[in-house]
Design a protein around this ligand. Structure first.
Ligand SMILES: Nc1ncnc2c1ncn2[C@@H]1O[C@H](COP(=O)(O)OP(=O)(O)OP(=O)(O)O)[C@@H](O)[C@H]1O
Length: 220
């Protein structure tokens, strides 16, 4: 469980948000909403330890992870976090299977076990049998689905998804939300920054980053 207490972020004089109080529980999907530029990605980056808040605390299972030492941040990213970001962060010149192997290595899987797991994950995202395809030759939506398959293989405890359905049609949007829901049911907390009202409505908790500031409210 992640507990966010009185979190604030400003860039210079500009306060993006403050008084953010939010709990992210295993089993739950949380939508981060708000207009463009309101700071959804920045909040995800703070949760992913890629950016630091200006004030407040982030706790993971009662440990303060707001400003971790480099080793602790590396372990948190390796063992706890799964990202689904807009640029997919795939190795373009490698095959789909090679891209998933990175996650297998982190989980200590290899050989046939890893290959079976890759096949299952690719089936799940509609890319069954495409192990040997080169990522650079895939469409944007297909690359997004490879990133989702990699997440399935990694089995993180916390998923941070930044506009994960932005490049997808409705059928694939539903598939992505379905996979994220399944991951939540397997014991993961999922946070989705989104502009898509349908995606928002599938979530258990909605947090509007533009509603926090002097008032300090937000979760609805
Ligand atoms: N390193 C930085 N230095 C200064 N300003 C920054 C920095 N990073 C982000 N910002 C600003 O913070 C604001 C919030 O950006 P962010 O990407 O978090 O918004 P968002 O709600 O995710 O937007 P969108 O919905 O368009 O993706 C933007 O105005 C952005 O320019």
């Amino acid at each position: 469980m992640i507990v966010i207490e009185d979190l604030a972020k400003s860039y210079g004089e500009r306060m993006l948000w403050s008084g953010v109080n939010l709990t992210l529980k295993e089993g739950q999907l949380t939508a981060l909403v708000g207009p463009s530029g309101s700071g959804k990605s920045t909040l995800l980056n703070c949760l992913g330890l890629l950016d630091g808040p200006t004030a407040g605390l982030i706790r993971y299972e009662d440990q303060d992870i707001t400003r971790p030492k480099p080793g602790a941040a590396r372990r948190f990213r390796r063992d706890v976090l799964g990202y689904l970001f807009q640029n997919y962060a795939l190795v373009e010149n490698a095959t789909i299977a090679q891209n998933l192997d990175v996650a297998h290595t982190a989980r200590g899987r290899k050989g046939q076990v890893a290959r079976d797991e890759t096949a299952r994950a690719l089936d799940r995202v509609g890319l069954g049998g495409r192990e040997r395809d080169r990522v650079s030759r895939l469409s944007g939506g297909e690359q997004q689905r490879v990133a989702l398959a990699r997440l399935l293989v990694k089995e993180p405890r916390l998923v941070l998804a930044d506009e994960p359905t932005g490049a997808l049609d409705r059928a694939n949007t539903e598939m992505v939300v379905d996979v994220l829901r399944h991951m939540a049911e397997s014991g993961c907390a999922v946070v989705i920054a989104t502009h898509d009202d349908w995606v928002r409505d599938q979530c258990d908790q909605v947090f509007d980053v533009s509603s926090v500031g002097l008032a300090g409210a937000g979760a609805c």
